[in-house]
Write a protein that binds this ligand. Structure first.
Ligand SMILES: Nc1ncnc2c1ncn2[C@@H]1O[C@H](COP(=O)(O)OP(=O)(O)OP(=O)(O)O)[C@@H](O)[C@H]1O
Length: 233
């Protein structure tokens, strides 16, 4: 039987809101299998980021379990969770969060060096990924010397640099104009496929979502398959 790379079980997350609690996730389940690309769509505020942050071990939910490669992670110590996040999970956000004093190549080297790679191996991998993202001519550019689309492509290369088992992307092209967004999304898609990495990609953009193997959405705190509304004539 093929084991999911990411499983979320019975996840609950509520936030304090005014005098009460806003229930965002209330029993959410999800399974992402090796190599598949899954879209997470849904209106603003429905809980996509909340789910991705919990699945990426960045935030602890109120209850539930997150399995990465079959291993439950929420009961682990902070250090163990951080180690799993660094080794097995790649994250891309709407904003690139690159280190501004580092070049493109160095930015993609950082997570590898933290994971214990030699600088030589990290540089080679960084160059390979940046070249695959169309940035062979930008290796020594700093973020301020790159366009928004280029910066985001560096962030994608960085997220894939440790050969994670799962890529979690939260509106990865949400900050870009539509034409750049389409190009960067296409590169994210091609490279993720080429690397064989499973991905869960939150997006508002239905055109981009149509590339995904399947689509999920958040409904009343649960993760359910997304079925497009029928077109009425
Ligand atoms: N730290 C917080 N404190 C209070 N409420 C929060 C917090 N984080 C998120 N929320 C609320 O929880 C709900 C879900 O937020 P979340 O960011 O997960 O939605 P989303 O689907 O990712 O939205 P978007 O597409 O706009 O990014 C929203 O109503 C939001 O206002």
């Amino acid at each position: 039987m093929i084991r999911p790379v990411l499983s979320v079980r019975n996840l609950h997350r509520a936030y304090k809101s005014g005098g009460g609690m806003l229930k965002v996730l209330a029993g959410a389940d999800i399974d992402i299998f090796p190599g598949e690309m899954v879209g997470l769509i849904g209106p603003s505020g429905s809980g996509k980021s909340t789910l991705l942050h919990a699945a990426g071990l960045l935030e602890k939910p109120n209850a539930g379990e997150v399995f990465i490669n079959g291993k439950e992670c929420l009961k682990l110590s902070d250090d163990e969770r951080t180690a799993i996040r660094r080794q097995r999970i790649g994250m891309v956000y709407q904003f690139h969060h690159l280190q501004k004093e580092f070049t493109a190549e160095e930015n993609a080297m950082v997570p590898q060096m933290i994971a214990g790679q030699t600088s030589r191996a990290a540089r080679a991998e960084s160059r390979r990924l940046l070249t695959a993202m169309g940035l062979a001519e930008r290796l020594t550019h700093r973020p301020s010397q790159m366009s928004g689309g280029e910066q985001q492509r560096v962030a994608i290369a960085r997220a894939l640099a440790n050969r994670p088992q799962i890529l979690l992307a939260d509106e990865p092209t949400g900050n870009l104009d539509p034409a750049t967004s389409a190009v960067v999304f296409d590169q994210l898609y091609q490279l993720t496929r080429q690397e064989g990495v499973a991905a869960l990609v939150a997006t508002h953009n239905m055109q981009l979502a149509s590339y995904m193997d399947r689509l999920l959405t958040v409904r009343e705190g649960l993760i359910v398959p997304f079925t497009p509304a029928p077109i009425s004539y």
